[in-house]
Design a binder for this molecule. Structure first.
Ligand SMILES: *Cc1c(COP(=O)(O)O)cnc(C)c1O
Length: 441
């Protein structure tokens, strides 16, 4: 294929498509991808790119995994979809059984939806209605200042207020925002929580790693302490593992780093190995039982057309089978160790700060004169440079991070590390970046 076809496809795309998180006026041409295999994506000129961000943090075992494809294909020829009210099917029952076995013991029911945001919406509704069904009004929600829980209105409301949420500010419901816990601020946080505990329905949090905020990390022991306090204050806990689930933090779930257990958990992203969209909200029987009643009004009135879609359930079953294989768990360990060695090298680099790592997630900041923010122009320049080199990195402003699929080999990971060091050399002086002003023109 030639460049003409490539630019034509980009033009056709621009005529009809509106891309996510993209300023369509200034965006460059999208890269047409025709094929995925393992850790690589191929464009229509045959150039290959290492997917160092797992295609927005979803791909676990590599692209077009033959085993997942085979299982989904069989399912597609057997049962592609059935209404999940009044009906059920083997993939949904099996997936719920398999997933619950891996979660904290109190998680006993599975509610299916379509993506991470809807998993969060369902969780919030469970908590608010849990109180309502018992004749109580508890409508306040507790969340972290820099949280990200999705883009639908409820999920946006419990996410930190930012440029992303600004146009909708007056329409988002009230949330009590607190700092992430540290040894120093814990006592202060407890005082803040205590003051409104009687009206607070739930506390929602991304455990250990706040992804969209820029891979901010905090300690399990401090979260444990906060969770324990919430439990004593009878505040329900929603653990949003949409990003951290399925091995990302080095263990199967962030829950495996904690001793305290949440009431509700949310999953998506890696759930199907990145093959198909699906969301899951799990809960304890304590929550579930509060909806059991002869009174129809106590029903959880929530559902989506594609609830528990058999194809997505099958992809999830196949992906979880691959995830639990010894070689995959060993690969997760190996990536974590390789990252850890590389953090040592990065940390001593003069242009790098705040190097951090949790399991397979590695992040650091490129030192610039500009503020650390999503709109820091450094990100765009770095993105283009890495793309040229055949690596898909998607810096959040000047924050660079790696979230590779688990099938990545040591050599491929080294290739990325080597390129990071080269790019850091290339842009050694922060002044070689245009200023905010210049870049905007
Ligand atoms: C991505 C993400 C979501 C939203 O999931 P979508 O599938 O994009 O709607 C929710 N919570 C966390 C922690 C996420 O990283």
């Amino acid at each position: 294929m030639n460049t003409l076809i490539q630019s034509r496809l980009a033009e056709r795309d621009k005529a009809v498509n509106w891309h996510p998180y993209t300023q369509m006026k200034t965006a460059g041409n999208p890269v047409p991808i025709v094929k995925g295999k393992g850790v690589y994506l191929y464009d229509n000129e045959g150039k290959k790119y290492i997917d160092a961000v797992s295609s927005w943090w979803v791909t676990l075992h590599g692209h077009a995994h033959p085993y997942i494809a085979e299982r989904v294909s069989q399912q597609l020829n057997t049962l592609e979809q059935v209404i999940f009210a009044g009906f059920t099917h083997e993939p949904a029952v099996q997936l719920s059984e398999n997933l619950l076995k891996l979660l904290p013991g109190n998680q006993e029911k599975v509610f299916y939806s379509d993506n991470g945001s809807t998993a969060v919406e369902a969780a919030l509704k469970m908590c608010i209605q849990y109180a309502y069904n018992q004749g109580k009004e508890k409508t306040k929600i507790l969340a972290f200042k820099e949280a990200y829980h999705g883009d639908t209105f409820g999920a946006m409301s419990v996410s930190g207020r930012s440029v992303w949420t600004k146009p909708f500010g007056s329409m988002l419901f009230e949330v009590i925002f607190i700092d992430t816990p540290t040894a120093e601020n814990l006592e202060h946080l407890k005082i803040q929580i205590k003051a409104l505990a009687g009206e607070t329905a739930c506390f929602i949090y991304e455990p250990l790693v706040q992804g969209a905020a820029g891979m901010l990390m905090y300690e399990a022991e401090h979260l444990d302490e906060l969770m324990k306090f919430c439990r004593n204050e009878e505040i329900l806990m929603i653990q949003d593992e949409v990003f951290t689930g399925f091995g990302r933090t080095g263990k199967l779930f962030a829950a495996d780093h904690l001793t305290e257990i949440p009431d509700i958990m949310c999953f998506s992203k890696g759930l199907t190995g990145g093959t198909m969209p699906m969301g899951i909200t799990t809960c304890s029987n304590r929550i579930f039982n509060a909806f059991l009643s002869d009174d129809k009004y106590k029903t959880l009135f929530h559902g989506h057309s594609f609830t528990a879609n058999p194809l997505a359930c099958t992809a999830a079953l196949a992906s979880m089978e691959l995830l639990l294989k010894e070689e995959t768990l060993a690969a997760i360990d190996r990536i974590s160790r390789q990252h850890s060695d590389f953090t040592g090298i990065l940390a001593s680099h003069p242009n790098v700060e705040n190097v951090r790592q949790t399991g397979t997630i590695l992040a650091f900041e490129y030192k610039t004169d500009q503020n650390t923010s999503y709109f820091n122009e450094t990100g765009k320049i770095l993105y283009d440079e890495f793309l040229q080199r055949g690596i898909i990195m998607r810096p959040l402003g000047n924050i660079m991070y790696l979230v590779p699929p688990y099938c990545i080999t040591p050599e491929e990971l080294d290739f990325i590390y080597r390129n990071i060091l080269e790019v850091l050399e290339l842009f050694r002086e922060p002044t070689c970046f245009p200023t905010d002003e210049a870049a905007r023109e």
